[in-house]
Design a protein around this ligand. Sequence first.
Ligand SMILES: [Zn+2]
Length: 333
Amino acid sequence: MQTASFVEQFHALGFLGITLNTTFSSPQYFSLDGCDFVYHQPGILEVIPLHWSQRVVISSGIHGDETAPIEMVNQLVSELIQGKYQLGARVLFIIAHPQAIQAGKRFIDTNLNRLFEREVDDDGSLEFNIARQLDSVVSNFFFEGEGLKWHLDVHSAIRDSKYFAFAVRPFTEPEIAKQPLMSLLSKGRVSAVLHSQSPSSTFSWYSAHYHQANALTVELGRVARFGENNHQEIKSFKAALVALLNDAPFSLEQGSFKVKQYRVNRVLNKQDDSFRFVFPASTANFTLFDGGEVIAYEHEQPISSQIGERLIFPNANVPIGQRAALLVVEVDN
Ligand SMILES: [Zn+2]
């Protein structure tokens, strides 16, 4: 009887509603329209169609206040259940951090998106346990089987950006082919991609490093409250995800939309509490500085930009030793 009531509740509340408002925990299984559904735990839903050629993880809510991607994942599940697209991929839909979402906060104890390195020490945080649970579920999902593996970890930025949508491609060794990712980004009209040059222990890095998945962190717009996101602006990216999930073959050709490419030129690490930026907190990601312009001070020593450098993810409030900003430069390919 529990399963019947679960399915009724699932239809009534949707994936996000059942994640936030019910206590179903042990895996719940049901079938709809030829697909098997496994609700592993709050926020983790696997869907297995009769025939599939690739495996796709679409994750949201790693940061609890980034609501647009959470709403998008919820819509993708609803539209699948309504038969608006036919599934041709095995999918893991993730709303990663229900407790932070309930609290309306980025995190509870610490930033979840730097805990996906398996050797990281247990810091006793709630997020450490969430990272290990996600590792377990995603590892099982990617274990064995043929076909391409994908992971799109979708976020919203905490500041404005020169580009409404941009992506960060994790560093792996050996390198994972770029072409499938560039094809997806072009179809989704994502304006820019940053190619990382060092490992980063993010969720997308985890899937690329441990599972050789085509993985990206995608930043869509800016943090806003539930119901206040402009879904018109993210519809191109959502359409690209549907193209990846549905049962028509996904073309790996580059689309006509040009995606600008960047690489990290320098990482600014905070070495001391005296570290401060000189620009206002509202400065947008990918802001271009003139060569030689002072951008920060530490021990009252100026730190200047180099020609062509753009600044992203500035945050002077990180603990000492952590990254305070990245300086990136555009590359042709
Ligand atoms: Zn985020």
